[in-house]
Design a protein around this ligand. Structure first.
Ligand code: SF4
Length: 324
């Protein structure tokens, strides 16, 4: 039924989003991490160069990224309260908001009042993945660190909403467990949040596991046809929700997937700390150890050109906060 699903998903997406495609880019602030996720190239036991951007470096990164034309940015760190406490995140947001219209964070789970403070500093949204909803697999995949606390992470989107954030992105990392169970659990999580916090703008993301250093488990990998199915079914069940697709996916896959329900794609991305400003001898070693390999290396201009050829209107931002 894939063709039928794709056609229906396309119809619904056109109905609610027209032919627009939002664009964003990630900006990595730090790769310090206290967790041990066995599938990640940043995990705490790995002997890789670690770096956290200073205020001046954040400013330089923002300048370099803003020059490309990006207006919607996701600020990321590894999950380390010690190296990147909420105060550091607030400072980064205040610097970045001078350059960008819309800012979201992807960091460790926080308390409600901390989310409220970051919202007041100028952050609009938060991305937080449960990674997998299979609690047995979760324990195996997260052997140490605060992330091992499944319930604390599961409850974080409630705290994000209570903290006043406008936008919340949830997701699973496909490839860690049985995707059918994970996707159903993700939908249930989202439905419960929609009921409790109907005013929030929700989005879903389905990154697929790519080979990271030595994580070789292949039992749960998701192929292209199944990923298309996930995107289409999500659109059918949640007609108005945002669906994000990152540069983990290949250019060829993204060129096709934009027709089935995706509404936001990253472009011109670097997944290394300091990856946008001109590399110097200090940042080069960190840039050589990104969190995951980018699979679509096209620049923002190239992605915009691809969208234009396919009849889409690229949107750099659909949100600008005038109140702060
Ligand atoms: S997935 Fe996130 S929390 Fe886990 S090791 Fe990587 S950076 Fe740290």
């Amino acid at each position: 039924m894939l063709e039928q699903l794709a056609q229906e998903a396309q119809n619904l997406t056109r109905q609610y989003f027209g032919r627009t495609m939002s664009l964003y880019a990630p900006l990595y602030l730090s790769n310090h991490c206290a967790n041990q996720c066995v599938y990640c190239g940043f995990h705490a036991s790995l002997d890789i160069p670690r770096r956290k951007l200073s205020e001046a470096e954040i400013d330089a990164e923002c300048q370099a990224l803003a020059r490309t034309g990006i207006q919607s940015v996701l600020l990321l760190t590894g999950e380390s309260r010690k190296y990147t406490p909420p105060e550091y995140l607030a400072t980064a947001i205040k610097i970045a908001k001078e350059y960008f219209a819309s800012l979201a964070l992807e960091v460790y789970p926080l308390e409600t009042e901390e989310y409220a403070r970051l919202n007041a500093a100028g952050c609009d949204g938060v991305t937080l993945f449960q990674e997998t909803y299979d609690q047995e697999r979760y324990k195996i995949l997260h052997p140490a660190g605060k992330k091992r606390d499944y319930a604390y992470r599961y409850q974080a989107p409630r705290r994000i909403a209570q903290g006043g954030m406008r936008q919340i992105t949830l997701g699973v990392l496909l490839g860690l467990a049985d995707w059918r169970q994970d996707i159903l659990a993700l939908y249930a999580h989202l439905r419960s949040l929609e009921k409790e916090f109907p005013g929030v703008d929700y989005a879903l993301s389905f990154p697929r596991l790519r080979e990271a250093y030595d994580y070789k488990e292949k039992d749960y990998l998701v192929d292209d046809a199944d990923l298309v199915k996930i995107i289409c079914v999500t659109r059918l069940l949640f007609p108005r929700i945002g669906i994000n697709l990152s540069t983990r996916e290949s250019a060829a896959f993204r060129n096709r997937a934009v027709h089935f329900g995706v509404t936001k794609i990253s472009a011109g991305s670097s997944t290394a700390v300091g990856g946008y400003a001109l590399p110097d001898s200090e940042t080069r070693s960190v840039q050589d150890a990104p969190q995951f390999a980018v699979n679509d290396e096209r620049s923002l201009a190239e992605v915009k050109a691809m969208l234009g050829r396919q009849g889409f209107d690229p949107v750099r931002t659909d949100w600008r906060c005038l109140a702060k």
